[in-house]
Design a protein around this ligand. Structure first.
Ligand SMILES: NC(=O)c1ccc[n+]([C@@H]2O[C@H](COP(=O)([O-])OP(=O)(O)OC[C@H]3O[C@@H](n4cnc5c(N)ncnc54)[C@H](OP(=O)(O)O)[C@@H]3O)[C@@H](O)[C@H]2O)c1
Length: 248
């Protein structure tokens, strides 16, 4: 009983800390500025679940796409408007080479090194933002997660009381650092916070904004719909400088 109580206090304290440390500002969509459509976009995390969707849908929308991949052969896609470059976000030089010449950057960076302290997301995102500033690239759309900053407790009880405190505490802590790095940057950024991701098809109709998510159950969304929402942010100024949640 005491152990359970101590664990509950730890789990709740962690969510409070994730709330305090993450970004606050998931504003409701506003008309925003009209944004000229970029032509050349860099996709980071292109070999991952959301990243593959970003690449495919960006090509469908007519963009010239550069995909940053640690292992380009994993992408298994060729297209006349697709360039795949080898790079690692921990390596500033490879990031710099990929960012050069782009109009916008989208990141669906993630990893599975859950079991110890990590800075891959925050450090890699810092490299991206520094290169963007150096090359005059201002538009940045980055996928993080519900459960951070002002969306803490919104990934449902299972995540708040078990999955985040037991499996993902280091990973989520790095995500808060990642959000702070983005918010402190001079980029025109949008942080996209999805609910639990699925490999399902794109439905098209998604809920987005500050009130997305639920303290009791876990809201879901497919990676395909997250990718579509992220690409939409390139053409809309509605969420610039804020961190909308997104779910079905
Ligand atoms: N799973 C969920 O339910 C859930 C919910 C909300 C938010 N999210 C977040 O959403 C994001 C995307 O998730 P996902 O499952 O679609 O992605 P994913 O399949 O985990 O893919 C992550 C991508 O990041 C790349 N990557 C990892 N380390 C890298 C490095 N050092 N340099 C360059 N690229 C690197 C991976 O490349 P390799 O192919 O080389 O590994 C891969 O392309 C993640 O941040 C995740 O935490 C997930």
């Amino acid at each position: 009983m005491t152990v359970l109580l101590v664990f509950l206090v730890y789990a709740i304290a962690l969510s409070v800390a994730l709330a305090g440390a993450g970004h606050w500002g998931s504003a409701a969509a506003s008309p925003g500025e009209s944004r000229p459509r970029p032509e050349r976009i860099l996709i980071v995390g292109a070999t991952g679940g959301t990243g593959r969707q970003l690449v495919a849908q960006a090509l469908e929308r007519g963009y010239a796409v550069t995909a940053l991949a640690r292992n380009p052969s994993r992408l298994q896609l060729s297209h006349p408007r697709l360039t795949v470059v080898r790079g690692d976000v921990r390596d500033g030089a490879s990031v710099d080479a990929a960012v050069h010449g782009q109009d916008a950057v989208l990141s669906a960076l993630g990893h599975k090194r859950y079991l110890g302290p990590t800075r891959i997301l925050s450090q890699g995102t810092g490299h991206l933002l520094r290169s963007m500033e150096a090359h005059g690239v201002s538009r940045f759309v980055c996928e993080t997660s519900l459960g951070l900053g002002d969306s803490a407790f919104r990934l449902g009880l299972l995540y708040t009381l078990f999955i985040i405190p037991v499996i993902l505490p280091f990973y989520f802590w790095d995500k808060t650092r990642q959000e702070r790095v983005i918010a402190a940057s001079r980029a025109r950024w949008v942080i996209v916070r999805p609910g639990v991701l699925t490999h399902g098809a794109k439905r098209g109709a998604v809920r987005h904004g500050a009130s997305v998510g639920n303290p009791l159950w876990s809201v879901r969304i497919s990676r395909a719909d997250v990718a579509a929402f992220m690409l939409d942010q390139l053409e809309s100024g509605a969420y610039v400088g804020s961190s909308p949640g997104v779910c079905w």
